[in-house]
Design a protein around this ligand. Structure first.
Ligand code: NAG
Ligand code: NAG
Ligand code: NAG
Ligand code: NAG
Ligand code: NAG
Ligand code: NAG
Ligand code: NAG
Ligand code: NAG
Ligand code: NAG
Ligand code: NAG
Ligand code: NAG
Length: 483
């Protein structure tokens, strides 16, 4: 039970007070109990050092790594025999004077907890139980057990360093484009110690070779198939996004799917066990936007700070339910406390810098404190690029939500630049290409540019809500493998 106590401890801690400056405000007792549990569960052949590397941000220095490794008894043979897998996160490309510039981001890894014979289901179930308060995995429905084993083994995957990757690219697959360019990119660096690659690659200029003209008026978003020949698990699509146009950028948890991050127990069940479920009729609203301007469709970008290892579950859900688009998840390569607590802002800066001519529609919900501060900050950081901020007022539909939220960031914004809404229907028919942002007939709450939704007026007003369950999961797993 220790990790769960830890989790709830964190949830309370983060609700009531700012994160401690040096990040270690946890009780040593809970931490060491957790470690003992994990060690017991992972004895049959998993190298804790590798798990630690895959989940932990760099700034946690790890005492006693050798001791842990020794205690576990490393079995290299079993791990070496596992197939290499590659998570290829669907990227975006901008159009420059040298042609298309494509962003790649991915991770080479192995999954010992799902490899036949490396660990037993029993072990995997015990690891999965760490994430599920008040439930034993044996009490779940079979498909929920399956979900929970899959996500647990993904989170505990082992990054593969030093892998050389080659990508075959093909721009023939997409809708409405007949260009037919194919090419190969060899990634210049091998994967780093976290198994990651990340960066941009310039494709050849387009004039004679069948890539689209990204400067053309009414240019389309064109799909680029990406395949690495090391494994079939690394197929993905990158998106060639024209210089001008509108990008709809959305968070996922509690806006595109029901997570209930603000009720930690539910948040974990909805992430580790239950099938992902869309939030009300949001898919219908997105489909409406996808079809709104067939001659110059919007670009969709999904940006979540879910750890990279859990990305597949998120992508599978989004691509089954919402329009296709590029993706961002929490990268592993953050080396300072500062970077780790500003993941969302870093990712937002990167896409805003890549598309200085495009207008952005930013979508999220009030329980996410990163969203509540980062989205309005972009209005002054990138003048003219934010057309509209649309925030689900989670308190208005969900009485379970006890998270206060801060609307201070919106004080300097023009009222026509943002809208707090209640249900997806409030967004129906908004036409962004036509300059829309607000729906005059939707019911509006009060925006008083300070903390709202506080359980006790004023007393908790200095608190900094972090409605980011995944940050808590990362920290929980991190401390779980620490001494
Ligand atoms: C596209 O337009 C930009 C100006 O916005 C220009 O700098 C760039 O060279 C153009 N790209 C090509 C390949 O013509
Ligand atoms: C390594 O693990 C595999 C699979 O669990 C097992 O068959 C093998 O005997 C182990 N090797 C050693 C040296 O422990
Ligand atoms: C382990 O669980 C999976 C489903 O999650 C099942 O397909 C498999 O047969 C189980 N293996 C054993 C040895 O029970
Ligand atoms: C779990 O993972 C296995 C192997 O990757 C896959 O075949 C299965 O469909 C997954 N199950 C769920 C519920 O995602
Ligand atoms: C590129 O994709 C098209 C359409 O899917 C396919 O017909 C073609 O064979 C592919 N080319 C290569 C070199 O894979
Ligand atoms: C991660 O950061 C280190 C140091 O800044 C750098 O050497 C490495 O190439 C980075 N890896 C990726 C995938 O960006
Ligand atoms: C991938 O392609 C490269 C270059 O064509 C080749 O050297 C390598 O052997 C291929 N790898 C696999 C696993 O097919
Ligand atoms: C991945 O892409 C390659 C090349 O286009 C294709 O041969 C293979 O079937 C694809 N694999 C999966 C799992 O989609
Ligand atoms: C394209 O994206 C890169 C990387 O973000 C950026 O440095 C560059 O300025 C962008 N170029 C254009 C023409 O927008
Ligand atoms: C505005 O909100 C109302 C109430 O939710 C909804 O019925 C309507 O479709 C929305 N859209 C427009 C363009 O009025
Ligand atoms: C959110 O909804 C609550 C409950 O309906 C309301 O009191 C509050 O003013 C709303 N907040 C915003 C920013 O619209």
């Amino acid at each position: 039970m220790a990790p769960l106590l830890l989790f709830f401890g964190l949830a309370l801690l983060t609700l009531a007070s700012p994160p401690p400056e040096n990040s270690n405000g946890l009780q040593p007792r809970a931490v060491s109990e957790t470690l003992a549990d994990i060690l017991d569960n992972l004895r049959d052949g998993v190298n804790v050092d590798d798990i630690k590397q895959s989940v932990l941000p760099d700034f946690w220095s790890i005492p006693g790594t050798d001791e842990i490794t020794k205690e576990l008894g490393l079995n290299e043979t079993g791990i070496r025999a596992l197939p290499l897998e590659f998570l290829n996160i669907p990227g975006y490309a901008n159009y420059t004077s040298q042609g298309w510039n494509v962003r790649f981001h991915g991770m080479a890894y192995k999954q010992p907890l799902s490899g036949p014979g490396v660990v037993s289901n029993h072990t995997l179930d015990e690891a999965a139980n760490k994430f599920l308060p008040d439930f034993d995995i044996s009490e779940l429905q079979p498909h929920e057990q399956d979900n929970s084993r899959n996500l647990t083994s993904a989170i505990l995957s082992l990054p593969q360093e030093g892998e050389r990757l080659l990508f075959a690219l093909n721009a023939s697959g997409g809708r409405g484009f007949q260009g037919g360019w194919t090419g190969v990119v060899e990634w210049a660096k091998t994967t780093d110690s976290r198994g990651e690659i990340s960066g941009f690659v310039q494709l050849p200029t387009n004039s004679e070779n069948g890539l689209p003209d990204g400067n053309a008026t009414n240019a389309m978003v064109v799909e680029l198939d990406v395949h690495t020949n090391r494994t079939d698990t690394g197929n993905a699509t990158a998106y060639l996004v024209p210089r001008d146009g509108i990008t709809i950028l959305s968070d996922i948890d509690d806006i595109l799917r029901v997570t209930k991050i603000y009720v930690p127990k539910e948040g974990l069940l909805n992430s580790f066990a239950r099938d992902f479920v869309p939030w009300m009729n949001m898919p219908e609203i997105f489909t409406g936007w996808f079809r709104q301007h067939p001659d110059s469709p919007y670009h969709f970008h999904y940006l979540t700070t879910t750890p990279e290892q859990a990305t597949r579950v998120y992508m599978d859900f989004i691509y089954k339910t919402y329009p296709l688009g590029s993706f961002d998840t929490r990268p592993l390569n953050f080396t300072t406390v500062d970077q780790t607590f500003s993941v969302r802002r870093t990712l937002l800066n990167e896409i805003f810098q890549t598309f200085p001519n495009r207008k952005f529609i930013l979508i999220g919900d009030t329980t996410n404190s990163d969203v509540m501060s980062n989205y309005p900050e972009l209005v002054s950081a990138f003048p003219g690029q934010v057309q509209c901020i649309l925030l689900r007022n989670t308190s208005a539909t969900d009485p379970d939500n006890g998270f206060p939220y801060n609307t201070k960031g919106f004080e300097t914004l023009k009222q026509e630049q943002y809208m707090f809404f209640t249900t997806p229907d409030d967004l129906r028919g908004l036409d962004f290409a036509n300059g829309d942002c607000r729906n005059a007939s939707a019911r509006m709450g009060t925006v008083d540019f300070s903390w709202q939704g506080l359980p006790f007026e004023k007393s908790a007003a200095r608190g900094r809500a972090r409605g980011d369950m995944w940050a808590a999961v990362v920290v929980t797993v991190a401390f779980a493998v620490l001494l």
